[in-house]
Structures are given as C-alpha cells and as structure tokens.
Design a protein around this ligand. Structure first.
Ligand code: NAD
Length: 487
C-alpha cells in the first residue's frame, strides 16, 4: 500500500461465481467518515439476492462437506495466507469503509488470518464421543454436524474481525456461509469474498451480500438458513430474535457493552492509565464493543489517575485516518456524531459528573468529517444514563470507589456483561475479582486482546453464544446422537 497506488474499491455482491452490480435493493451512497463525502456507490442486496445466495451456498456446502478433511484444512490455510498477503490492502479498505486509522487497520486482517489458521487446525482434529447405555450391546455415538448454511451478519466497526470470529469456525465445522456486511463498511468484506474465490474455495461456499436491514431480515427469515450469527447492537438483536422466531432458528448474538475497568490503588499506574485511555476513548474513537467506558478508580489514587488520564488523551493525535501518524480518527457518521454529542450535552445539562476534557466536534480542516474530541467525565454516578447506556463514541465516565466489594457491585450494576478490566498487583485479588465480575471476559493488568483460542461473548444483555476456542467451533454445529443395536 502506497500513496501512489490507490486501492481498488470492490463493490459487487458476490453470489456463487457471479459478481453482481445491479441488485434489487437499489444502491447506497457510501460516505467516507474522514471527509463526510461519498466515496463509493454500493449495490444493495434485497430479498432476491439473499435467496440466490442461500441456494448457491446450499449447493456448495454439499461439495464442502464431501471434501476430504485435509483438503478443507489446506484450503482454509491457503485463505489465511492470501488474507495475510492482502493485509495492507484490506486494511486500507477498512480505512475507507469506516474511518479506522490506517496505523491500526491492517491488524484486523492479521487477526482474521489468525482465526482462519486456528480453525483450519481443528478440521482434522475435532472428534465425537461415545457413551454407555443401559443396553450394553448398543453403540451410542455423539456426533457433531454442520447446520448447512449459516448467515453471518457483521457490524461496521470491525467487519473483518467479525468475519474471522464467525466465518472461520462456521467453515471449519463444515458449513457454507452467507455474509451480510453492513452498508456502512462493505468493501473489505467484499474483498475477503473475492479472496475466497481466488484461493479456490468451492464457488458459493462464501457469499457476500452487502445490504441494509431488509437484506438482514431476509437472511434471518430464510428457511434455507440453519443458523444466524449476529454481531451488533442489542436493539437490532431483539428484532432479529423476533424474525427468527418464525422458523425457530438458532442464534448466537455478540452484542454491546458498558464495560467496567477497575483500577485498584496498588496497580501499575502507568499501564493502567494507558489501557484506560486506549481501551476507552482512543481506540476506534471508542467505537469498540470492548470499550472500557466505565472506569472505577480506588479513592487514594483517584485525583492522580484523573490528571494522568486527561494528559494521556489530550496528547493523542486526532485526524485524517489515512495519515499514518493519526492514532484517533473520526466516528462513523453524522447520525453517530449527533447521538454522541447528544449524550455529552445531556450529561452536561443534567449536571452528571464533571466534564474534564473534550466534549466537542472538531472544526477547521476536520470540519467536514465526523471528529469528536476524546472526552472524560469524572464523578459520574453509576445510575446515570452516561454510565448505563452504550455511547459507542470517545466518551468515558470515571467514578471513585472505596472497597473491593463496592467496586465489584458497581461494575456488575449494568445490563451488559461483555468484558471487564481489572488492575492490581495483588495475585489473590486478581483471581477473586475476576471470578466475581459478571462478564464473558475479564482482562487483568492487560488490554482487550481477542485471540482465536479464547472464547469471546457476553453475559446478560451482551448476548449469548461464544466465538473463539472449541466453544466457537461447537457454536456452528448441531449435536446428533446415533444409537446402533449390535445384538
Ligand atoms: P447494528 O445493530 O446497528 O447493525 C449490525 C448489523 O445488523 C448491520 O449489518 C445491519 O445492517 C444489520 N441489521 C440492521 N437491521 C437489521 C434487521 N432488522 N435484521 C437483520 N439485520 C439487521 O450495529 P452496528 O451499529 O453495526 O454495530 C455497533 C454495535 O455492535 C455496538 O452495540 C457494538 O457494541 C456491537 N458490537 C459487538 C461486538 C461483539 O463482539 N460483542 C463486536 C463489534 C460490535
């Protein structure tokens, strides 16, 4: 990737061997968040294309399931190699898709490749079980089979990671997939679909149908889909659960969070401040499901922590995501800008906490794009909307606590339970607190680091199901019990 070789914008719907540019869902004017200007026109899949994609996937799945395991493993490894080779290109597409800074963007392709490698490794190793029965002469086998065609609906804020976490295990388990990327970030997922073709996966094994809510709902309602994996917001997950009720379709849901980051007085303060800044307002401008947006700090270090956090975020370079020196880019859209500034304005108007830094949209050369200053509120009551509603922007709430019990109680006082962070040098407390926090992942003295081997998913309204690890492979299988009488 260089400034002199601009990346090609892939915009076709990919179904089987066809690349479709004229689709029943019309077109979408895709806007680059860095400038607020249209940078691509995307054909939108409607019900018709979704139906074609599901049929094409069903045919490819039969071919895939019949293929020797070693060949399937090698094809997924070849795909991982192709993704790594295209990491810069995919990263740059991510920048144009959703405004993530180029300094961070190609890492998402690397993580996608890691998921493909990890799950390729399971293909020839996953085994079933047998169990005794009351009739000793029976063979009682417990096997796992693919669902057939899996629909994968991904969010805009990390579509390649979402694909890695769900598509890699779905394929490894023997399924075909129809990926519905969001209209806000379709291009890197389409390029991924092209790579699937280029490495020789059976045509139709991976179909990519960019579209909006109508395409998503058509996928969820389709009778040819065996399972839906959805990553996105709780609000849309509820609509999906209602649509899925018609066919009683199984779902796995990776949803939002309002994650607590608990800093004890004995913590390594330098590390805790950097993690609070980067896993708070900075990384992806706070538009991350794992954003540590509620920072709980033990009272003896509270004021010093606030001072250091404000210093850390104030010095972060905010700007054009295509500039390699940029660490923090824009938020996704005008609508997101209005929502985030509304949450900040609402907190200020209601006297919620103290606004220590940020709170404004950036102007000057950045006025056309959707840039919001990293924003820190102190003394935020945990019951306030600022501390309870996912802002999905560069805004964090800091609050003091006096005891371990109080910290755990505040951290758990949330409808969400996706991730939690804790910082302490005390070994026993690290274990105690990690066990008491009501969330699917707990990161102690470290940052959010999604790994293929670590099952990731939510407690409470952060969703259900797990991606990553053997749990992630099982997520895309259904259990069959086969009993054969021998006597
Ligand atoms: P969103 O819920 O608005 O949209 C997600 C996807 O659903 C998009 O592809 C969208 O087109 C599609 N969709 C919209 N309406 C639909 C319908 N009626 N039926 C089917 N599909 C429909 O979420 P978003 O704004 O793209 O992403 C942000 C949210 O995702 C945040 O809440 C964030 O925390 C969450 N998220 C969670 C994880 C995780 O792993 N837990 C990862 C990334 C993002």
């Amino acid at each position: 990737m260089t400034a002199t070789t601009p990346v090609r914008f892939p915009t076709s719907i990919l179904i089987g061997e066809d690349s479709i540019t004229d689709a029943s869902g019309g077109t979408f004017d895709h806007v680059f968040p860095g400038t607020g200007k249209v940078n691509a026109v995307i054909p939108m899949a409607g019900e018709e294309e979704v139906d074609r994609a599901v049929r094409s996937a069903a045919a490819a799945q039969r071919e895939w399931a019949a293929m020797p395991v070693g060949q399937r493993r090698d094809l997924l490894l070849a795909l991982a190699t192709a993704v790594r080779a295209a990491a810069d290109e995919l990263g740059e597409l991510n920048v144009h898709d959703y405004g993530v800074p180029v300094s961070m963007a190609s890492g998402t392709a690397g993580l996608l490749a890691s998921f493909l490698e990890y799950y390729a490794g399971w293909i020839d190793k996953a085994t079933g079980q047998t169990a005794p029965t009351t009739h000793n002469a029976d063979v009682n086998m417990i096997d796992r089979e693919p669902y057939g065609v899996v629909g994968v609906i991904v969010p805009w804020n990390g579509p390649l990671v979402g694909i890695g976490m769900a598509v890699a295990p779905a394929l490894a388990a023997g399924n075909a997939v129809v990926i519905k990327p969001p209209e806000l970030a379709p291009m890197a997922p389409i390029r991924f679909g092209e790579l699937c073709r280029e490495v020789g996966l059976p045509p139709g094994l991976v179909n990519v149908v960019p579209g909006g809510p109508a395409a998503g709902e058509a996928l969820v309602r389709h009778r040819g889909i065996g399972k839906i994996h959805f990553t996105g917001s709780g609000a849309i997950a509820r609509q999906i659960a209602i649509a899925a009720a018609d066919t009683l379709k199984p779902l796995s849901l990776e949803l939002g969070g309002k994650s607590a980051n608990v800093v004890f007085a004995d913590a390594d303060l330098d590390a805790a401040v950097m993690i609070a800044a980067f896993m708070g307002p900075i990384t992806q401008s706070g538009q991350s499901c794992a954003c540590g947006s509620r920072i709980l700090v033990e009272r003896p270090i509270y004021e010093e922590f606030l001072e250091r956090l404000v210093q850390a975020v104030a010095h972060v370079p905010v700007g054009d995501p295509l500039d390699p020196s940029t660490v923090m880019g824009p938020v996704i859209s005008q609508a997101a800008t209005d929502r985030i500034l509304g949450a900040i304005g609402g907190a200020v108007a209601s006297g919620t906490g103290r606004l220590l830094t940020g709170g404004n949209r950036l102007g000057g050369a950045l006025a056309g794009g959707y840039y919001i200053e990293p924003t820190v509120f102190a003394d935020v009551p945990n019951a306030s909307p600022l501390a309870q509603v996912e802002t999905f922007g560069p805004v964090v709430s800091v609050m003091p606590f006096d005891t371990e019990d109080e910290a755990v109680a505040i951290a758990n006082d949330s409808d969400f339970g996706l991730v939690a962070y804790a910082h302490t040098r005390e070994f026993a407390r690290a274990h105690r607190v990690a066990r008491r926090l009501e969330s699917g992942s707990v990161w102690v003295n470290t940052y959010s680091d999604i790994q293929p081997s670590g099952p990731y998913g939510g407690y409470k309204q952060s969703g259900y199901g797990r991606l990553g690890g053997i749990e992630g492979l099982h997520e895309f299988t259904q259990v069959k019990n086969i009993r054969i009488a021998l006597g």
